[in-house]
Ligand binder design. Sequence first.
Ligand SMILES: Cc1cc2nc3c(=O)[nH]c(=O)nc-3n(C[C@H](O)[C@H](O)[C@H](O)COP(=O)(O)OP(=O)(O)OC[C@H]3O[C@@H](n4cnc5c(N)ncnc54)[C@H](O)[C@@H]3O)c2cc1C
Length: 381
Amino acid sequence: MAAAGRLGERYDVVVVGAGPAGIGVAIALGRVGVERMVVLDRHGVGASFARWPGHLRFLTPSFPAHGFGLLDLNAIAPRTSPALALQTEHPSGAQYAEHLRAVAKHFAVPFSRGHDVVSLEHDAGAPWPFRVRTRRRSIAARFVVWAAGEFQYPRLGGFPGAEHCRHTSLAQGWEALGAGDHVIIGGLESGIDAALQVVEHGGRARVVDPAEPWKYAQVDPSRALTPRTQERLRDALAAGRPITLIGDGPVRAVHAVSGGYRVDGVGIRGLRTRNQPLLATGFESSLSLLGGHFERDPETSAVLLSARDESTVSPGLFLAGPQVRHGAIIFCFIYKFRQRFAVVASEIAQRLGLSSGALDEYRTAGMFLEDLSCCDDSCAC
Ligand SMILES: Cc1cc2nc3c(=O)[nH]c(=O)nc-3n(C[C@H](O)[C@H](O)[C@H](O)COP(=O)(O)OP(=O)(O)OC[C@H]3O[C@@H](n4cnc5c(N)ncnc54)[C@H](O)[C@@H]3O)c2cc1C
């Protein structure tokens, strides 16, 4: 990986976050010839994946299909494939972090670690309109791409007593949770995975989610369980594993009571458990650090973006990664949000007076999605 050298004072582009979104967009920016660029991260490349619990595997399968013009679902740049590099279909977090490091090195992404970005200032009239503030210093930039993700920002609140619970992303080893009875709040991917881990280690799991995502198949895997998780759940239930799926709620409160905890909610009265309830309620966004730099839809609270994924209030600030939304279209899987790297890179290239011709490769690879009318909910069979 290209060392950024000593971190400079000013850059054309600062990318915050060295996960798949940050590294992916930086590769596209490198292709159009952006030179004064740095990717900042508080930890290393792929740090969120490196923190995944050991048992966790990718839901989206990897397959080396690019020889036929179809990109591996988990690739972040044309002509790359985690399946080929790692020789596995469902990489672990550690494997995928290793792949990201290799890709960043191959494409000479200028990366600098140990920078915990705490805020961003914007002065539209200044030649370098942004000041990216870390705990120790401040860096000026013409453009900022925010790619700090969600995983390191677990949603810990939401109802009274949430502090009694433990977020699944912070659970250290399922063995340590012990056998016995566990209540899991939230029934999407993380919740069902937690239930499967609990029963795998001899426990009993009750999963509460009023949306009952285990019941419905949908074209968009951002809204329902992926086929891999459906299959694992089906197999566990068929084998008589003690998983109870409760379609009531939402949970309104968790109380610490003698001998354990009590979970209350709509239709749920006094669900008792000896163990700390597990929160599988998703993630806040790193955007919480950015205050007013992004507008939100007052109804859905989704981030509002221009057609080029730029902030509608701080021009020059772009968003990359799973928080990108356009209307009903959710970009929260790598194969989705990678479609927008070239969109952001071509816009920045144009403003810096650079040619974006090199991004034709992204079009050929099916990785340059500008016309969002393609994304609908239909399925022929
Ligand atoms: C359990 C689980 C399973 C998943 N399975 C899949 C799957 O199968 N397929 C799929 O496509 N997606 C999957 N996802 C989603 C996927 O992990 C995310 O969409 C992806 O990590 C987002 O990439 P990112 O680069 O935006 O964020 P991240 O990978 O989180 O990277 C963000 C980077 O920013 C850094 N950072 C954060 N805040 C700061 C800061 N303030 N200052 C400096 N650096 C900062 C972090 O250290 C990190 O390196 C899964 C997620 C979870 C939780």
